[in-house]
Structure formats: structure tokens, C-alpha cells
Write a protein that binds this ligand. Sequence first.
Ligand code: PLP
Length: 388
Amino acid sequence: MNIEVSERLKALPPYLFRELDRLRDEVKASGVDIIDFGVGDPDLPTPRHIVEAIKKAVENPSTHRYPSYSGMNDFRDAVARWYERRFGVKLDPPTEVITLIGSKEGIAHIPLAFLNPGDVSLVPSPAYPVYHTGTILASGISYFMPLEKKNGFLPNLNAIPEDVAQKAKLMFLNYPNNPTSAVADREFFEKVVAFAKKYDVIVCHDAAYSELAFDGYKPMSFMEVDGAKEIGIEFHSLSKTYNMTGWRLGFAVGNAEVVRALGQVKSNVDSGAFNAVQIAGIAALEGNQDCVVEMCRIYQERRDILVAGLREVGLNPQIPKATFYVWCPVPDGMSSTEFSMRLLKEAGIVVTPGNGFGDPGEGYVRFALTVSKERTEEAIERMKKLIS
Ligand SMILES: *Cc1c(COP(=O)(O)O)cnc(C)c1O
């Protein structure tokens, strides 16, 4: 039998992190002690009170049955209360909040709700790969909006050609941003709302890093902006805020029709997030937030060590205000890939080449601050030897 995959699978780019993992494993197998700043997966454990909450929940047989498609009412109520406390945004839990099996799941599925074959998504580049791959899986086309330093790594909406804007159905945005660590202000979000209204574009804002910020900075929600709920949806995740990447719990909030359409896709492909995980999610959102403060303190300390060290070796990254990434320009005359390879082969340091997130990421590498302070210091020492 001749097994042939669909055109949409053929159209997918190779999954960036799989390639990286493979290369890292190769070097590791040759006996090198690897320091891995590659993948953005928190190294810190889930806070104790959240772990205790799932232990208790899992003993209750009522959690063992199929969850509701849109999520437990109690979890969606907790999300709405969290939004009101944190952002001053009011949400109607039954219609404006939906539970996700991690935010990646919702981001990947939303194009199926709105794109017809050949329809356009406006996708930032460099970016988290799922905006583009979700678009391709829905037989859509991505129009890439370059994120450039001269624009503060915000897309220049005026540079989107009129015919593309007319055809676009979705726009993906992500602030605080992975991989550039840039942040967005109200003025930018207001321009986005005006653009979306003018061209009938649904805005999908990915706010996975809203709680991971430094020096007292508090990122805002897209939903705080007037009119945002008329045109958009915001994705959130417990993964980064509470070190819960393995648990698979996220949510989306915003426009009721958009939430409903996403729910319709989901009810046909999955059967919801495990209730015990949602109960633990309530404990996370409603419990003491000192764990988040402490986590930010740890990342901030690592950030300061890494940025100072990179500057000592002649590199000049901006100091991130948020996210756990440092977006670092590579040495003159080297490509992102060359520099990453050199760090890996000669210093056992894994970073992500910026072009892996899209062509405009060329000239940068991304460091994830998911490495302990001591190992970060060790990495700096290795880089000093390599560069001197
Ligand atoms: C980590 C991350 C997510 C979160 O994914 P989950 O599926 O919720 O674990 C979403 N968006 C971006 C940009 C991320 O970096």
C-alpha cells in the first residue's frame, strides 16, 4: 500500500524544537555536559498547594468521568474572578470563558473555526510556531508580519498591504512576546482594535507570559482595551505562571461568538480537560500568589546574571521586562545558526537560533531563563573562554 500524507501535513515546517532536541541529544551522547537554554519549559516545580489540590481531587470519583466540553463551571468562575482582580476586566463565565487543554490546544484549533481554504491569518514573525502551523492545518495561508527592533518588536500594521488586510480573517499577537521578550502598551493594542474593526479581523492574543514580569512591571490584558471584546479573544495558560506545563491547562476568554465557535471545534475533537486538573487550576488562580512573586524573583536574578555576562563577552541584549527569554543579537559576521552551533559544539550550551522562529529572527538567539543561577554562571564562564 502507498501511504501518502495530506498536502496540509506536507506544508508544515519541521517542528523547531524536535530538530533542536535531536541535535542536543547527539552532542550529549558524545559525553558533553550540556547547559540547556533551549526550550522554554520551567525547571521549577509546581507550587505545593496546587499539587495537594490535585491529590485530593483525584481521590474523588466524580472527577473520573468525562468533563464538560467547555470546562467546569467552578473553573470558569475562578478565571472570571481572576480576570477581574488582575485586570479589572469583567467576563461572563458561561459565554466568555472556555477551558483549554493547554493554550496551545486552543491556539491550534481556532483557525478551524474561522478559516476557509485559502483564507489568511496575520501571523507575527519571529513567533511561537503554533499560529502558523494551526493556520496550515486549517488549509489557511499565513501572512507574516515581521517583528523588528526598530518598531519595538511590534508589528507595523500600516505595512500590511490593503488586499491582504481585506482578506485576513485572523490576527495572532503575543505580548509579552516569545521569543523577543518585547511588551506591548495600550496605544498599540488600541491600534489593533481599530485595525480589526476596519477589516473584520478576529484578534487572537496569546497572553501566556502576562504574569512573568520584572522590576514591578505588570503586563496588561488585551481585554482591558475598549472594544477588544467585540473583536477578539485572549489565550492564557497556567503552564508558565504556575510551572504546570505538564498538566495541560489553559483557557481562552473574550468575544462570546468566538468562544462559542472555538468550543464547537473542540467538542468535536476532544472531551475537555481532566476535572481534577481544573480543580487544581482553581487552587492556583484563587490561592496565595506569593509563589508567582517568588518565581519572578528567581527569573529576574537569572536574567541579571545572564544579561551582565553576555555584555561582558561583547553581546548586547536588551534587558527583558517580561517573559523568561533573553533575545540576544549574535556576534557580527555570524548567522544565528552558526552562533548556536558554535555554542553547542564548543561550549556545550544550547540556545535557540532566532531564525527558527521565522526569517526576521535571523541575527538573534534566544536564551530561556530556565537554568539555575549556578549553571547560568558556569555558562558565562564557558562563553568567556570561547570568545576570548
Ligand atoms: C509556552 C507558551 C504557551 C503555553 O502553552 P501551553 O499549551 O498552555 O502549555 C503559549 N504561547 C506561547 C507563546 C508560549 O511560549
